[in-house]
Design a protein. Structure first.
Length: 583
């Protein structure tokens, strides 16, 4: 999206999952695991093995890049020190005594400095001009800082970081944080210091601590990439770069699936798409599992990949699976056709699985990128619908699936399409919005409290469903005028669409007394905003909060002593909670 001088494939969008994995990947103390993350271990090892050094000037990371590097044994051989320059205006005296650098950094933040559009390659359209200009200023800031520090400190490399970790700075269109990273150094045999690699990291949320971790790890990884550019003979685990190539990086993923629904009725085109050897496939196993790759995103194999063949015991089974594929849409600039492919529940996956594995769609979909989330849910919806709609609901005749498998047509000509049943989910707060009413269902572990939910009944509108469900489940009345739509989420388990609201009780009720329906709810309470905020943070640190073993392990080693967790990010209930917390 922005300048990428790093010719390596840039993974600029780091997900929360990445951070969580870092935090949960060690059995040592939480503090140790949160500092000496894998990217920093790799950076220090790479610097040590090539006897090179680096320095750091960081802003929104607040010293985390430095402390992470210093927490790796042996860092004293590669790192002498760095600077935290949070306020450019006030940090002049910290900048190596370089007043000219201070002037240049100040100028980089002025509006006039953003004229140089050459630095930006294909900035996402959804960002406002104000946001783009702000990012642009950080591009210049980090370049100036990295170049100057590399010279002043006489080190081989300098990492510079500038950005915004949280909601303090909120240009229109950017509620989550971002950081621009730059690494300066000298190419092998050259005397001049230059910017070797630069990267924009866009976060998907505004949690400051998580974002600082995200940016710091990205900085460590970028520095290793820059080292490879400076000296390609350094031993690396990644592919060799094409140094002539300037790449932009797709940091946000395409947000929506191109469903190409207009092609579904064109039999010729569909035939052609079904025959494409480069077609990609979402593999759905049984009703509830989907194939993921080693990066924990969807694995979308083509028919040419031998792995796909290993999933079928007989040629007939393969033929049947191919014929029953559902056309989901097209991917990327190549418009590669994308299909859902169904495998029976008892399919054996060979050990030579290309690092792919099947995972529970319901629990893992929220952790996927927005595009992969949509693809996984769409594939699951079609596969489950086709499995449960073998006969016409009007006349009972068998159906065949037409229009790329997206429509069921019976022998009498009746046609049917998949449905999504609306259900509401609502975060209830008191009128002052200082407390939220969260409840625990019998299906959930004892620490997990969430928003109230239920199906919309025939003839009922959403707002009435909200008021009815809240009253039925906890005996509380909400103010009809306060019911606000927030967001929605497809939930094809088996065929729901969750529609999320915030609703307030009447002011006169204060913290209204709760009277739960024991059939639906085990417990419901009013929680203070600060307690929910802390629970949300604990949840993010914990990872899979629906997995009791994960939580019990964190309790056993003393990393978590709390009693309240909320749903993980990516789940609509959490979106409602976060929306309220950010009010
Ligand atoms: Zn029929």
């Amino acid at each position: 999206m922005i300048v990428i001088r790093s010719p390596l494939r840039a993974r600029a969008l780091y997900s929360l999952r990445h951070v969580k994995r870092q935090l949960s990947s060690t059995t040592n103390s939480q503090q140790q695991s949160s500092l000496a993350t894998q990217p920093f271990q790799r950076l220090v090892e790479t610097l040590k093995s090539s006897t090179q050094t680096c320095t750091i000037i960081e802003s929104s990371c607040g010293g985390l890049i430095s402390s992470s590097l210093m927490s790796v044994p042996g860092s004293s051989r590669v790192y002498f020190g760095g600077t935290v320059a949070y306020s450019t205006k006030r940090a002049g005296k910290l900048l190596c005594g370089d007043e000219e650098l201070h002037d240049r950094l100040l100028k980089s933040t002025s509006p006039a400095a953003s004229d140089d559009d050459n630095m930006i390659v294909g900035v996402e359209e959804h960002l406002s001009e104000e946001t783009k200009a702000y990012i642009q200023s950080k591009v210049k800031w980090t370049q100036e800082a990295a170049l100057s520090y590399c010279k002043h400190m006489d080190t081989d490399f300098t990492i510079a970081e500038g950005g915004a970790t949280g909601p303090t700075f909120h240009p229109e269109g950017m509620k989550a944080g971002f950081a621009v990273l730059a690494v300066a150094g000298r190419r092998s045999g050259q005397d001049d210091v230059e910017i070797l690699a630069q990267k924009l990291v866009l976060s998907t949320h505004g949690d400051r601590e998580m974002n600082m971790r995200l940016y710091a790890d990205a900085a460590a990884e970028l520095c290793v990439e820059a080292m490879n550019i400076a000296n390609p003979s350094i031993e690396m685990t990644t592919e060799q770069p094409d140094t002539n190539q300037v790449q932009s990086t797709n940091v946000t993923d395409k947000l929506y699936l191109d469903r190409s629904s207009h092609l579904r009725s064109d039999a010729e085109v569909m035939k052609e798409l079904y025959n494409r050897s480069d077609a990609q496939h979402v593999i759905v196993k049984g009703a509830s599992e989907v194939l993921l790759g080693s990066d924990d995103q969807l694995s979308l194999p083509t028919l040419e990949q031998p792995f796909l063949g290993t999933l079928f015991e007989t040629d007939d089974a393969k033929k049947e699976a191919l014929e029953n594929r559902t056309f989901l849409g097209r991917l990327g600039d190549e418009q590669t056709p994308l299909f859902a492919m169904y495998l029976p529940e008892d399919t054996n996956v060979s050990s030579d699985s290309n690092n792919s594995y099947f995972a529970n769609t319901r629990s893992r979909a929220p952790m996927l990128s927005p595009l992969h989330n949509e693809i996984a849910l769409t594939a699951t919806a079609y596969v489950n619908w086709r499995d449960s709609h073998r006969f016409c609901t009007r006349c009972g005749s068998p159906v065949e699936f037409v229009q790329g498998g997206t429509c069921a047509k019976c022998t009498s000509g009746h046609m049917a399409w998949p449905r999504q049943d609306p259900s509401i989910i609502v975060l209830v707060t008191n009128a002052e919005s200082t407390h939220a009413l969260l409840a625990r269902s019998p299906r959930h572990p004892s620490y997990l409290y969430t928003a109230l939910a239920g199906f919309v009944e025939p003839g009922e509108n959403m707002e009435t469903a909200v008021a009815r469900e809240v009253h039925e489940e906890v005996g509380v009345n909400v103010n009809h005028h306060s019911i606000n739509y927030i967001s929605s989420q497809a939930w094809p388990f088996p065929q729901s669409c969750m529609i999320g609201f915030h609703a307030k009780t009447n002011a006169a009720d204060g913290l209204a007394s709760i009277n739960i329906d024991p059939e639906e709810i085990v417990d419901a309470r009013w929680f203070e905003k600060e307690d929910v905020y802390l629970a949300a943070r604990d949840t993010d640190m914990m990872g899979a909060v629906l997995d009791r073993q994960v939580v019990e392990a964190q309790q056993a080693n003393g990393n978590w002593t709390g009693s309240l967790l909320v749903p993980s990010k990516g789940v609509l209930a959490r979106t409602l909670v976060d929306h309220w917390l950010e009010e």
